[in-house]
Design a protein around this ligand. Structure first.
Ligand code: GLU
Length: 303
């Protein structure tokens, strides 16, 4: 593997609960990828969806990362301290952004003829694109997605291979500032990745279908496109992504390092197909880094 001095990666947890095996997998993969590339690894707390934040979860996550021997470069950043950057990006987008006064119900009603996944995703049909109807109040701000020709975006995911999405047909104009007053994840993540000079994004595959929205935002904001690697997500017995809500076991930050290794780090590594037998946390990282480099040789894994 050729060393790239310019690699900047990141782990960007939402503080909706403590670290658990599912989020550890994403943290571990992004950390290992940064190590293998002799890069920097930043940690950014994505607390922009303020209503979902759990008090103290950010510090709990940081303590768990430290306990596992994952040390970040530079200062941790919190998205709630970066609103000015999001506002500036919004101003830069100018006429590409418009106020939308539609409720979820109105959007759903406008697509009663759609079925399956298309309908579930609530594709915005552009009701307010050419101006708010009289009496309608702007609640959210949406970004215009080109209509003709359709905006089709593709990229090569380092894990999953080729990925393509017709943003016009499958997503529609998407929200950058939410009706509840918060900045939307899609805008915040793109602005932050750009501002922090992130070159390589490693995260869970649940965000694969958000990536084309992020590529589009990078294009309209004139930001460089990072590379992406989406690792499979850990699911529970009924196939739901593991989270606090779906029964993930939180880390005990006071746990003995042996227990941490046995119950969290080794299972997370196994999930990533890394065969590691280490008995200490230091030995774990010594073995995991070359194991990750070897795993990279087997990618992408086409489904
Ligand atoms: N904050 C997101 C999460 O915790 C991750 C976002 C990202 O890595 O782009 O799921």
């Amino acid at each position: 593997m050729t060393a790239r001095t310019s690699y900047i990666g990141r782990f960007a947890p939402s503080p909706t609960g403590p670290l658990h095996i599912g989020s550890l997998v994403a943290a571990m993969a992004s950390y290992l990828d940064a190590k293998v590339h002799h890069g920097q690894w930043l940690v950014r707390i994505e607390d922009v969806d303020v209503g979902r934040n759990v008090p103290g979860a950010d510090e709990h996550i940081l303590a768990s990362l430290r306990r596992c021997g994952m040390h970040w470069d530079g200062e941790v950043t919190w998205q709630t301290q970066r609103y000015t950057l999001y506002q500036q990006a919004m101003e830069q987008l100018g006429d590409l952004v418009y106020p939308c006064g539609c409720s979820r119900r109105e959007i759903a009603d406008s697509q009663l003829n759609l079925t399956g996944q298309q309908a579930q995703a609530l594709i915005y049909p552009g009701i307010c694109r050419d101006g708010l109807a009289p009496g309608k109040v702007g609640r959210a701000l949406r970004l215009k997605v080109p209509q003709t020709p359709h905006c089709v975006l593709s990229f090569e995911d380092r894990w999953a291979g080729h990925y393509s999405q017709d943003l016009t047909a499958e997503v529609g104009d998407f929200v950058l500032h939410r009706a509840d007053g918060y900045w939307a994840y899609q805008l915040a993540v793109v602005v932050d990745d750009g501002a922090q000079g992130i070159t390589d994004i490693v995260r869970g595959a649940d965000l694969l279908d958000s990536t084309p929205r992020q590529l589009y935002l990078q294009q309209v904001l004139g930001l460089p496109q990072p590379t992406y690697l989406h690792v499979p997500v850990v699911v529970n017995d009924v196939g739901e992504k593991l989270s606090k809500q779906t029964g993930a076991q939180a880390f005990d930050t006071g746990a003995d390092p042996q227990v941490l290794l046995r119950d969290a780090m080794l299972p997370a590594a196994r999930f990533l197909s890394l065969d590691i037998q280490a008995e200490t946390i230091d030995a774990f990282w010594r073995d995991a880094t070359p194991a990750w480099a070897q795993l990279l040789q087997t990618l992408p894994r086409q489904p």
